[in-house]
Design a protein around this ligand. Structure first.
Ligand code: ATR
Length: 273
């Protein structure tokens, strides 16, 4: 049977095996999907061994995405832009192809929530790997403006300069931000420390859409904060997780699984509904 897995550290709580097993059942594909948690300095060897032993493809998550970028034989354009690889496919010619489906997953999830990206003013919080991966797919949707704000402003400036050729992207400090924005995307890892990005509450209004790439059994700190200040449409990153997986599954199997029912089952599995 064709074998796939996700590499990460830690990865025990990953929902990818659950999601891909449901995709395989739904599309009647014969495959198995597991987990691998190599030590941080043993990822390269573990990746090689997996493919030497017949593995067909894998996902790569924290902290290995940048390393995976350097280990594959060739890169998709979107992986090249993202500077990171979250999906690897062994092609029929024996080539390891590195791809990145995170940004496409974000855009697909935003669209599934009915968020309009064309001609919108988007505020992206954070300038780390998650922000970098989402910039090209967001700009491809032709927003009127995309502003990056980051605690370390120079990183936002660097990102804006790097993606400037793809659309109207600029960097502003949190203090400089002036609304109204149509959509705020939180790509920071602030909530991992129970913190909030330093966003002025005045930027939140009733018609704004709030997206947090994080998720949990209950509302993230950022979503709670945005609701308190009047946001009515809030979305967490669980849908992005399912959509980036669907995109990876499509790369591997050439067949696109449906995501709605899988997202529902995942929420049930997490005790969210
Ligand atoms: P990821 O790959 O998940 O994007 P990362 O590359 O470590 O992770 O980036 C984390 C991002 O969250 C960075 O933009 C970071 O800001 P700095 O560049 O200033 O470090 C941002 N971040 C983390 N904690 C934050 C906090 N408490 N408030 C605001 N931004 C925070």
């Amino acid at each position: 049977m064709d074998r796939y897995l996700v590499f990460g550290h830690p990865v025990r709580h990953s929902k990818s095996p659950f999601i891909h097993t449901l995709f395989a059942r739904q599309t009647q594909q014969e495959l198995e999907y597991g987990l691998a948690e190599p030590d941080v300095d043993e990822f390269a060897q573990a990746l090689r061994t997996f493919f030497d032993q017949g593995g067909k493809g894998c996902n790569v998550t924290v902290p290995f995405k940048e390393q995976a970028f350097t280990l594959v034989d060739c890169l998709s354009p979107r992986a090249k832009r993202a500077g990171a690889v979250n999906t690897i496919k062994l092609t029929d010619d024996g080539v390891l192809l590195g791809d990145n489906t995170d940004g496409a997953g974000l855009v697909a999830d935003l669209k599934s929530h009915g968020v309009t990206l064309a001609d919108s003013r988007i505020l992206l919080l954070g300038a780390g790997g998650a922000a970098r991966g989402s910039l090209a797919p967001l700009l491809a949707e032709l927003p009127s403006e995309l502003v990056i704000a980051n605690r370390t402003h120079t990183k936002a400036q660097q990102l804006a300069a790097e993606f400037h050729d793809l659309g109207p992207v600029t960097a502003q400090t949190y203090e400089q931000l002036a609304g109204p924005f149509d959509l705020v995307i939180n790509s920071t890892s602030a909530s991992l420390q129970g913190e909030l990005p330093p966003l002025a509450p005045a930027l939140i209004h009733t018609d704004i859409a709030i997206y947090d790439m994080m998720y949990g059994a209950s509302d993230t700190a950022f979503i709670c904060w945005a609701k308190q200040h009047g946001a009515r449409q809030t979305m967490d990153g669980l849908g992005m997780l399912v959509e980036q997986a669907a995109e990876a599954f499509t790369v591997w199997r050439g067949i696109r699984p449906g995501t709605k029912q899988v997202l529902r089952e995942l929420k049930r599995n997490l005790g969210m509904i």
